[in-house]
Design a protein around this ligand. Structure first.
Ligand SMILES: *[C@@H]1O[C@H](CO)[C@@H](O)[C@H](O)[C@H]1NC(C)=O
Ligand SMILES: *[C@@H]1O[C@H](CO)[C@@H](O)[C@H](O)[C@H]1NC(C)=O
Ligand SMILES: *[C@@H]1O[C@H](CO)[C@@H](O)[C@H](O)[C@H]1NC(C)=O
Ligand SMILES: *[C@@H]1O[C@H](CO)[C@@H](O)[C@H](O)[C@H]1NC(C)=O
Ligand SMILES: *[C@@H]1O[C@H](CO)[C@@H](O)[C@H](O)[C@H]1NC(C)=O
Ligand SMILES: *[C@@H]1O[C@H](CO)[C@@H](O)[C@H](O)[C@H]1NC(C)=O
Ligand SMILES: *[C@@H]1O[C@H](CO)[C@@H](O)[C@H](O)[C@H]1NC(C)=O
Length: 509
């Protein structure tokens, strides 16, 4: 019998020698918007799974540190938890793409390091939700580190938008052939690849609007999946018992016209993803033809999860539950075993450190995340991460309980189906710690509302988070998690790594 572990060790060593003697690897990072991993978001991604997952590694436990677009993207670019990058919500006042964020965070974000390491760098698509607006520097502002910049002004849309092309405005209308944003990102990416040569490593980031609202698919995909409905598994249409107020006020059963409406949204999400499938296919085949794929890493992920009907909430993200905080992560590249599945806890704050590591940069000690390169090459010290944070600041003013969040943002779905459901409010503000050691898996959350509500779940026995055990669990365990949550909420750099070396090996014993 061949010793598989031994072979893997040799392979990992060979690849490391390769990367020392050869040039740094090319990196492609595909980031989708609002694509979940818990409610079937990856099911339609047949080509993506074939071309990336089957040729590389799938991470089963990939989480975002905060489940909403701008704060999550800020974590991706800076490698920091929300309490350190301070982009707390999707508004300029909350530092989404704000002048303060640009001055204090963006200047040290990972693209700057890629550039310093000699990479040719390219970005296309949605950046931070308020990028390019007058209040955030206009289209002239090109974030540092990018050689070639195709940045969407504002939040995800599919038609009728402005781009910043290296600081110059380009206006798009609604002609599919010319303007469909996912395809524009796709074509710009191909154009960038056509200029690359084998001597200079490149970093290419393609950041699609799919599958975010308003869910406009390409015309050729409009009729796909007509028999698909939102997944009825898990907590779909189950009333959340003993949960904080925003969950408690959901209507169960979900009214029929709302259920029909959100089934339509579910299908439309999948339809928008078909254009991402086409892009992935073209990227992989172009890379293969032009460079071969032996020195290129491809990462595929999303900025937050999503719910459609879970705990009877019609649709959105922003919650502390698995459906909103788990996202896909697929990685293909040299030294990664095909069809491998990794169960370690990895986070969106790990991208920055990972890209710096691959590029041979020294990872600054203020970075909260960790390089996952050792996991990719099967030579990491395990467990990789025993505990981590989720941090979220609820959006909206303290007026009009119910739908003010949706109204403030001008999100129309509140008015287009029968019942109007509040999906966020100022007091949906929380921090959670998640602890897992391979056997025990706990989530402990403190909600900053008028009740100081606490939720705790044993994810091993209760993966759908039906039973809040905050009042029934062993008080020592609850206190330990409470203490660790307080510590982790203040962490910086290494103290955020969440591995046992820093906290003692017997955290819960
Ligand atoms: C926004 O960022 C600046 C600079 O880091 C910080 O001083 C400020 O407190 C942040 N704002 C919020 C609302 O956290
Ligand atoms: C942006 O400018 C750089 C440097 O001149 C150029 O190589 C690149 O092609 C430009 N990008 C776009 C999208 O025009
Ligand atoms: C695009 O930019 C033009 C010029 O500033 C502006 O008039 C228009 O409203 C913008 N379009 C969108 C969809 O923001
Ligand atoms: C859309 O753009 C294509 C390609 O430029 C053009 O041939 C076509 O006439 C345009 N369609 C409309 C309705 O303007
Ligand atoms: C709602 O849908 C359910 C399941 O399809 C059905 O049994 C029920 O009669 C419907 N209710 C109304 C009021 O139409
Ligand atoms: C975002 O945070 C800032 C600073 O706390 C606050 O002023 C603003 O109202 C928040 N935005 C929303 C939509 O809640
Ligand atoms: C949360 O905020 C909403 C809107 O202001 C309010 O109606 C509700 O009573 C608050 N609940 C708690 C527990 O703080």
């Amino acid at each position: 019998m061949v010793d598989v572990k031994f072979l893997c060790g040799i392979l990992a060593t060979l690849y490391m020698v390769n990367s020392v003697t050869g040039k740094p690897p090319n990196i492609v990072f595909i980031l989708t918007d609002d694509q979940d991993s818990e409610i079937g978001g990856m099911t339609p991604m047949v080509k993506t799974k074939k071309l990336i997952a089957n040729e590389g590694m799938t991470f089963d436990n990939m989480f975002v540190a905060t489940p909403v677009c701008c704060p999550s993207r800020s974590s991706i670019f800076t490698g920091k938890y929300l309490h350190n990058h301070l982009a707390i919500n999707n508004s300029v006042a909350g530092n989404c793409s704000s002048p303060d964020f640009q001055k204090t965070q963006e200047i040290n974000a990972f693209p700057v390091f890629m550039k310093q390491q000699g990479y040719s760098t390219f970005f296309a698509g949605k950046y931070l939700n308020l990028y390019g607006e007058d209040t955030t520097g206009g289209v002239q502002h090109v974030p540092p580190g990018w050689d070639s910049w195709v940045g969407l002004v504002g939040n995800s849309v599919y038609y009728n938008y402005n781009l910043s092309i290296n600081g110059t405005r380009e206006t798009h209308g609604s002609n599919y052939t010319e303007d469909y944003l996912t395809d524009v990102i796709h074509r710009r990416g191909m154009e960038f690849l056509s200029y690359q040569n084998a001597d200079t490593p490149f970093f290419m980031m393609l950041s699609t609007p799919a599958c975010h609202e308003p869910w406009t698919s390409a015309p050729q995909y409009e009729d796909h999946f007509s028999d698909i409905v939102a997944q009825r598994t898990g907590s779909y249409n189950v009333h959340g018992k003993d949960k904080h107020w925003i969950i408690d006020q959901a209507i169960t059963p979900i009214p029929n016209d709302t259920a029909t409406y959100i089934d339509g949204i579910y299908r439309n999400r999948w339809r928008t993803l078909m254009s991402v499938e086409d892009m992935v296919e073209d990227v992989v085949s172009t890379l293969l033809k032009k460079f071969g794929l032996d020195n290129t890493y491809i990462f595929y992920s999303s900025d937050n999860g999503y719910h459609i009907g879970q705990f009877s909430l019609p649709m959105d993200k922003r919650n502390l539950y698995e459906f909103d905080v788990r996202v896909p992560l697929l990685v293909r590249g040299p030294g990664i075993r095909p069809r491998s599945v990794n169960k370690e806890n990895v986070l969106n704050i790990d991208f920055a450190a990972t890209f710096m590591d691959l590029a041979g940069a020294t990872i600054p000690d203020y970075i909260d995340g960790r390089s996952i390169v050792p996991l990719l090459h099967d030579n990491a010290k395990l467990p990789f991460r025993q505990h981590f944070l989720t941090e979220y600041h609820g959006e909206s003013a303290r007026i009009n309980p119910g739908c003010d969040q949706l109204d403030n943002q001008g999100i129309a779905w509140c008015h287009t189906y029968a019942h109007c459901q509040c999906e966020d409010a100022w007091n949906n503000t929380y921090t959670c710690i998640r602890y897992s050691d391979g056997q025990q898996h706990y989530k402990y959350c403190e909600i900053a509302d008028n009740d100081n509500f606490v939720e705790m779940y044993d994810l091993e026995s209760d993966p759908y988070e039906f039973m809040n055990i905050a009042k029934t669990a062993d008080p020592d365990l609850v206190n330990q998690l409470k203490t660790n949550l307080a510590q982790l909420s203040q962490c910086v750099g290494a103290s955020c790594h969440g591995n046992t070396e820093l906290y003692g090996s017997n955290l819960l014993s």
